[in-house]
Design a protein around this ligand. Structure first.
Ligand SMILES: Cc1ncc(COP(=O)(O)O)c(C=O)c1O
Length: 493
């Protein structure tokens, strides 16, 4: 027989020293919890035995109080679910005056928050960040993920769970996964690292947050690419740093322009393998210039290598970290693109002398990553599924990318210019001056096209209009129709 789950025990104060009966006190406690909204319609209430034991009374007063609440319609019995708060409570009961008044008074005094948390988000709640479908940026081909393999590994790990697995894990992450990642990065991305330098994080975003806290002080200037990745900028701004936009040209970040603008920046944030959003690969000479600058000025470089596994026209480009003889690069990677984003696992490769500082900051945040999926992932990589998956996805994304490039040429011709289609899972098209990319994207979202506008990626006033088009989750057959819709939207502008 299925057992009804027990409800959460509400805070019911009973006082044996007052004249009011225990059952009345319990009844009043429930009634005011329901009226005040701390117990909601449909919510399960605890068994009489559980409540009696929790508040230290016999079951009789609890049973009496429950009987009265049932009789008056505050509670109802549901087959298989036990007793729940009635779903048909009159409105005047649940939105009672006193509860509203309490809420209002709680909001009336000064409510100071840190100034940096008021930093305005220009693209907050924009539709293109929310939808799933054609051209969604950051969306991977989830339907192609080998779920059966993953599920088998999950089941295997579930079966082998024991008391030891429930303890706190290593603050830097599961040792075997860190070793596997270090092997992968040394071989596939030419990094100079060992497992001790690898910290597992909940996606690159956490790596950026920890890096900012370790390396930067309030007011520290940080070079960021212009245009660039807004979520990285948010991590720096919310740590009190000053953003210094440095233009990106066809060789990547213009280091000379950065030196002119702010020679002593504390750090530079770069996406050298596949610049976000323009898709440029940083040239060898710019890489060396950037590393020299960092060494000369004692600055740090944060390298975000978010999708470099996917290159279509050439071999993957080696990392900047691998060129760095002076341990000035903090390397950030993620499984959001190569596996799937809800996994929330990524890694940061830390210069050896900074490892302890990263651990100190990380400990203050969350004491370390959850162990379970790290173990599953270590096996997924160790048993060869990871490399196999990347190989398959490279073929699939190459087809999608070609279909998109061809459709753009056919439908949009010379109206737009394609940038950065050699790698990753998105490309960017720029529009003639004067086109309003944000307005077009809002209209596109209404037609289930989740293109992202280019102009909000700029910090300065001079912003090129354009779109960032994801092709990771867009099937080849869907692409021509979606591009035709886009042509129509552009023509209507
Ligand atoms: C430039 C860049 N870095 C990193 C990421 C991935 O972030 P996370 O690992 O937090 O999912 C993205 C995702 O779209 C990105 O565009």
């Amino acid at each position: 027989m299925k057992r009804a789950a027990s409800g959460i025990i509400p805070v019911i104060a009973v006082d044996r020293n007052i004249s009011q009966s225990l059952h009345r006190q319990i009844y009043d406690g429930y009634r005011s919890a329901i009226a005040g909204g701390s117990l909601r319609p449909g919510q399960r209430i605890p068994s009489s035995r559980a409540l009696a034991s929790e508040i230290g009374v016999s079951r009789f007063p609890v049973l009496n109080a429950y009987a009265q609440l049932l009789a008056e319609g505050y509670l109802e019995s549901r087959v298989g679910a036990g007793t729940v708060v009635s779903s048909l409570l009159p409105d005047q009961l649940t939105s009672s005056g006193p509860a509203k008044a309490r809420l209002a008074s709680a909001r009336s005094g000064p409510r100071p928050v840190a100034r940096r948390s008021l930093y305005p988000r220009r693209v907050q709640a924009s539709p293109w960040l929310l939808g799933w479908g054609a051209f969604g940026v950051g969306q991977v081909a989830c339907d192609q993920f080998p779920l059966h393999v993953w599920s088998n590994l999950v089941a295997r790990h579930c079966r082998s769970l024991d008391a030891q697995s429930l303890h706190y894990g290593n603050q830097s992450g599961f040792r075997a996964l860190r070793a596997t990642i270090a092997d992968y990065l040394r071989t596939a991305r030419s990094l100079r690292c060992d497992a001790e330098q690898v910290m597992i994080v909940s996606g690159s975003q956490q790596a950026l947050e920890i890096s900012a806290r370790v390396l930067l002080d309030p007011g520290s200037p940080v070079w960021v690419e212009e245009p660039g990745y807004r979520l990285a900028q948010d991590a720096f701004v919310l740590n009190g740093c000053r953003l210094v936009p440095v233009p990106v040209d066809n060789e990547g970040l213009n280091v000379g322009a950065g030196i002119k603008r702010c020679p002593l920046a504390r750090a530079a944030f770069v996406t050298p393998s596949h610049q976000y959003p323009l898709g440029v690969t940083m040239s060898a000479s710019r890489r060396l210039q950037l590393l020299d600058w960092a060494q000369d000025t004692g600055s740090w470089i944060i390298e975000d290598d978010y999708d470099s596994e996917y290159r279509y026209e050439s071999m993957p480009i080696a990392s900047l970290q691998g060129l760095d003889a002076n341990a000035r690069v903090i390397y950030v990677g993620t499984f959001s693109k190569v596996l799937f984003p809800s996994l929330r696992l990524g890694y940061v490769v830390i210069p050896s002398d900074l490892v302890d500082s990263f651990i100190t900051v990380r400990r203050a945040m969350d004491l370390g990553p959850p162990t379970f999926y790290q173990e599953v992932l270590a096996d997924f990589i160790g048993e060869g599924h990871f490399v196999r998956h990347i190989r398959r996805m490279r073929v699939l994304y190459r087809e999608r990318r070609s279909a998109l490039v061809n459709s753009i040429h056919e439908e949009l011709g010379s109206t737009v210019k394609i940038l950065g289609g050699e790698a990753g899972m998105h490309l960017t098209v720029t529009l003639p001056k004067g086109k309003r990319d944000q307005e077009i994207t809002e209209r596109a979202a209404r037609q289930n096209l989740w293109i992202r506008p280019l102009s909000p990626s700029y910090l300065g006033r001079v912003a090129r209009p354009g779109f960032i088009l994801g092709f990771g989750s867009t099937a080849v057959a869907e692409i021509p129709r979606a591009v035709r819709k886009l042509r129509k939207l552009l023509a209507d502008e």
